[in-house]
Write a protein that binds this ligand. Structure first.
Ligand code: FES
Ligand SMILES: [Fe+2]
Length: 383
């Protein structure tokens, strides 16, 4: 198979991965962040975090203060979390605003679509307008954003292709899931893991099933290495793996979550896991989906935010709480099993002679596709 942009990575007869500097050198990582995270469609949150109209949730991404806002029209938008007056942070914690977002400093107020609405005493005590302060020019700075499968994506540098074009191949592959409502399971269906590795290692590990027999013994009992297949986007924007055998035991025999309606029969036992570049990891099954957004906290620190969704509202009520808990616990265990591997690879990247490794042309191809994507974005950005 010919991969796109293969020339952009060193290849001496073996498939080498990205050089060590992309995991250890703060300057390279900072340039890479600009090219790959700010330059792509990166996930920064979940729409369920702003469930109600007027909900605003602050989020920091690449040190930029942003906020998710659920407008009066029900849509989620992303703005810079900064007041146009003197640059005050508008929101420090998730808040529901009635009518407008009020700056806590001098009370300038913004509508949920970002428009500046009121500027109290701006023209002197009791005078709330001034000819030099034009509200039409002082709305909140909006960030290019999109919501898909409840994940909120942003493109910070405004240079990425249209989101619809970026997402189309995976949206088509997963239209059975993506084109219907997903119901977040509630408190026990959200959890975080903090790992001591560069965010890319979490992507690379998620792409492949090669490590399954040694790292995930319980998973391997019902879904073996040979039951898996690789997934590679011809455009190189995502990669991953699928299994033909998905049948977890959640400890309540005979009890099964409702499945998504009218799924093709193949999904009865199949499941797929895709890394959507740069930083979003997704999984789909006949009865639930999950999304993981990787938040880079530093060159070798990443927070993984996990969010699990079900096929119907009924699966989210109290009666199903124990099953949801068991399902979340199963995934927590699986993701925890991966931690020693991604942290070990991070430490390994400090070895003086290692510089990218020897990727299997068969088992590591989804990982290779990710390295190629990063290498190309990095190289293009420097031109
Ligand atoms: S900084 Fe927001 S109103 Fe002054
Ligand atoms: Fe794993």
């Amino acid at each position: 198979m010919t991969l796109p942009h293969a020339a952009s990575l060193p290849d001496h007869g073996l498939s080498h991965g990205l050089p060590n500097a992309h995991y250890t050198n703060a300057d390279v990582i900072s340039r890479e962040n600009a090219a790959v995270l700010a330059g792509g469609w990166a996930s920064i949150g979940f729409a369920k975090d702003v469930a109600n109209k007027g909900d605003v949730a602050p989020v920091t991404f690449l040190e930029q203060p942003l906020m998710l806002v659920r407008g009066s029209d029900g849509n989620v938008r992303v703005f810079e979390n900064v007041c146009r007056h003197r640059g005050m942070i508008l929101v420090d914690q998730p808040t529901n605003f009635k009518g407008t977002i009020r700056c806590p400093y001098h009370s300038w107020c913004y509508a949920f679509d970002g428009k500046l609405r009121t500027t109290p005493h701006v023209g002197g005590p009791g005078i709330h307008t001034h000819a030099d302060v034009d509200p039409a020019k002082l709305g909140l700075y909006e960030v290019r954003s999109a919501v898909w499968m409840d994940v909120v994506f942003v493109n910070l540098d405004r240079q990425a292709p249209a989101f619809e074009d970026f997402i189309r191949p995976v949206a088509e592959r997963w239209h059975d899931f993506a084109e219907r409502p997903l119901y977040h399971g509630g408190e026990e269906s959200t959890f975080e893991l903090e790992v001591n590795c560069n965010w890319k290692l979490a992507v690379e590990n998620y792409c492949e099933s090669y490590h399954l027999p040694w790292v995930h013994p319980a998973l391997n009992e019902y879904s073996k290495l040979e039951d898996h297949y690789e997934i590679i986007d011809p455009d190189g924007n995502f990669s991953g793996q699928g299994t033909r055998v998905y049948s977890p035991n959640l400890g309540e025999p005979g009890r099964q979550f409702a499945t998504f309606n009218d799924l093709p029969a193949a999904w009865d036992t199949a499941a797929e896991y895709i890394s959507l570049f740069p930083n979003t990891l997704l999984g789909v099954h006949k009865d639930h989906t999950f999304a993981i957004r990787l938040e880079p906290l530093g060159p070798s620190k990443t927070r993984e935010h996990v969010s699990i969704y079900y096929a119907s509202e009924a699966m989210c009520d109290g009666e199903w709480g124990r099953m949801r808990q068991a399902n979340a616990q199963m995934w927590r265990t699986v993701f925890n099993e991966d931690v020693f591997a991604v942290e070990g690879m991070q430490r390994g990247r400090n070895a003086g002679s290692f510089d990218g490794g020897a990727l299997s042309p068969v088992m590591d191809m989804p990982t290779r596709v990710f390295h190629e994507w990063v290498a190309k974005k990095f190289a293009d950005d420097r031109r």
